[in-house]
Design a binder for this molecule. Structure first.
Ligand SMILES: *[C@@H]1O[C@H](CO)[C@@H](O)[C@H](O)[C@H]1NC(C)=O
Length: 424
C-alpha cells in the first residue's frame, strides 16, 4: 500500500536545515528576513494542511435539507410492521455492504453511513455503494465523529438498531498511521455511543470487534472467556478498548451492546489490503508473493470465515439483541451486554490458501517464504463458536475452497475491464 497518502511526520520543515550555511553565506539582513518569513509561511501551510487524525485531510461532508431528509426517510422505511430500522456505519465497507443488503432483502429499513476514506481504493467502495443504491439503500457520506450529523439522523429516524461496522482496519497499517485507529475505533465509537445513549428511544447496538483481541493467547480454540489483555497490534488494542468502552456505556446508560469478534472475513467485494485479495492480484500479474512463516518454519494459519456466514451471524446478533433500557440519557435498568466469536472453527495454513488460489486461477504463484515480522500479526487464529451457536443460531457452512471459488469468480468479473457490473 505504498501509494497511501501518509501524514508527514512533524518537524519536516524546521528551518535548521539551512542554518549551517548561514555563517558562510553571510546573507544580507533583508535576505535573512525574507528567508525567515518564507519559512514561517511554509510552516503555517504545513500546520494548516497537516492531517491530524486520518490518512487524508479532514473533509467537509454535505448533508441536510428537505431532499436529503426525504431520502433518509424513504431508505429507512420498513416493509412491514415489526421490522427493524437499522443505521449501518461503514456501509460501503466489505461487511457493511453485505449486511445492509441482507437487511434490506428481508424487509428491514436501512440507512448507511460511510466516510469513503482512501485507506484502500475508494472506487471499490463507490461501486459497492452503487449496489446499495440499486436496492434502495441510501448511504450518507459522513463520519461517525460528526456529532451533529448523527444527532440529525436520530432526529429524522427512530432507529431500533445500530450495526456499527465503521472502523480503521488492518494490523500493519497501524504502525504507519496510528492516529487513524484512535480516530475511528475509539473517538468515533465513543461519539456514536454518546449519540445513541441520548437518543429516544435508545437503539440496540451490534458492533464489530475483532479476533485480534486474543493477541498472544495460545490456548486454542479461542473462547470468549480467554484472556484478551495482550494485544499484538494497536489495531487489536483499539478493538479491545472498544469492548471496555461498550461495557461502560452499557453500565452507565443501559445501552444494549453486542460485540462480534470477526475471524478473517473474506469473499466477493472484500478488502484489497487482505492477503487472500492481494495474493490473487499478484498471482495473476506474476508478482512475487511473500508468505510469512513462524519460527522453525511453522505455518501461519487463519480461521478464514466466509462473508455469507458472517452476515448470518450479524443478523442473528441483531435478532437476539434485547432493547436498551435507558431513556432521557439515563439508565432505567440493567441492559444486555454480549460478545461473540464469529469464526469458522477450522484454521487453514496460509500455504494452503495459496495452493487453493493457484488451482482456482490456474496460475502458479511466485512464492517467497519469509519469517513473520513482529508487527502485529499473530501465528494463528481459531475460534470456539459454541457461544454464538447457542445464542445466535450461528452455524458457518462455507469451507475455504468453496468461499474462495466465489471470491475468485467475483474478482475476475470485477477486474476483467469490461463495463459489465457484477451482480449479486
Ligand atoms: C468452547 O467454549 C465453551 C464455552 O463457551 C466451552 O464449554 C467448550 O469446552 C469450548 N470448547 C473447546 C473445544 O475448547
Amino acid at each position: 500500500m505504498s501509494q497511501l497518502n501518509l501524514p508527514s511526520t512533524p518537524g519536516k520543515l524546521k528551518p535548521d536545515k539551512f542554518s549551517p550555511y548561514s555563517h558562510r553565506l553571510r546573507p544580507h539582513r533583508i535576505t535573512l528576513f525574507s528567508t525567515l518569513l518564507l519559512a514561517l509561511v511554509l510552516l503555517f501551510f504545513y500546520i494548516s494542511y497537516s492531517p491530524s487524525s486520518s490518512s487524508s485531510p479532514p473533509r467537509r461532508f454535505l448533508w441536510g435539507g428537505p431532499g436529503w431528509e426525504s431520502q433518509v426517510r424513504s431508505s429507512a422505511k420498513v416493509r412491514s410492521g415489526g421490522r427493524f430500522t437499522v443505521l449501518v456505519t461503514g456501509a460501503a465497507g466489505f461487511v457493511g455492504t453485505h449486511v445492509s443488503l441482507a437487511l434490506k432483502r428481508r424487509g428491514d429499513g436501512v440507512i448507511g453511513l460511510d466516510n469513503f476514506n482512501d485507506y484502500y481504493d475508494a472506487k471499490l467502495k463507490r461501486d459497492r455503494r452503487s449496489q446499495l443504491d440499486k436496492s434502495g439503500i441510501f448511504v450518507i457520506e459522513g463520519d461517525i465523529n460528526d456529532r451533529e450529523l448523527l444527532e440529525k439522523l436520530f432526529d429524522v429516524v427512530p432507529f431500533t438498531h445500530v450495526m456499527h461496522l465503521a472502523a480503521q482496519a488492518g494490523v500493519r497499517y497501524a504502525m504507519k498511521n496510528p492516529s487513524s485507529y484512535v480516530h475511528s475505533n475509539i473517538a468515533g465509537f465513543v461519539n456514536l455511543l454518546e449519540v445513541c445513549k441520548s437518543a429516544n428511544p435508545q437503539p440496540a447496538i451490534v458492533w464489530a470487534s475483532s479476533s485480534s483481541v486474543y493477541g498472544l493467547n495460545t490456548k486454542v480454540p479461542f473462547s470468549e472467556k480467554d484472556r484478551t489483555d495482550r494485544p499484538a497490534s494497536l489495531y487489536a488494542a483499539t478493538k479491545k478498548a472498544g469492548e471496555e468502552i461498550a461495557h461502560t456505556y452499557n453500565h452507565i446508560y443501559g445501552l444494549s451492546i453486542t460485540g462480534l469478534r470477526f475471524f478473517t472475513v473474506y469473499g466477493p467485494w472484500g478488502r484489497p489490503d487482505m492477503a487472500y485479495f492481494f495474493f490473487t492480484k499478484h498471482i495473476l500479474s506474476g508478482k512475487q508473493i511473500e508468505i510469512f512463516e513462524g519460527p522453525n518454519h511453522r505455518s501461519v494459519a487463519r480461521d478464514f470465515t466466509y462473508i455469507d456466514d458472517i452476515v448470518k451471524g450479524c443478523l442473528g446478533a441483531l435478532d437476539t439483541a434485547k432493547k436498551s433500557t435507558g431513556s432521557g440519557g439515563k439508565k432505567r435498568g440493567p441492559a444486555q451486554l454480549r460478545v461473540f466469536n464469529l469464526g469458522n472453527t477450522s484454521p487453514v495454513p496460509v500455504t494452503r490458501l495459496v495452493s487453493i488460489l493457484e488451482k482456482l486461477l490456474k496460475v502458479k504463484a511466485n512464492k517467497k517464504l519469509m519469517p513473520m515480522p513482529s508487527n502485529g500479526d499473530v501465528m494463528f487464529t481459531h475460534a470456539n463458536i459454541s457461544s454464538a451457536q447457542r445464542e445466535l443460531g450461528y452455524k458457518p457452512t462455507t469451507d475455504l475452497e468453496t468461499g474462495l471459488k466465489k471470491f475468485v469468480h467475483w474478482y475476475l468479473k470485477y477486474y476483467s475491464g469490461s463495463k459489465k457490473r457484477s451482480s449479486w
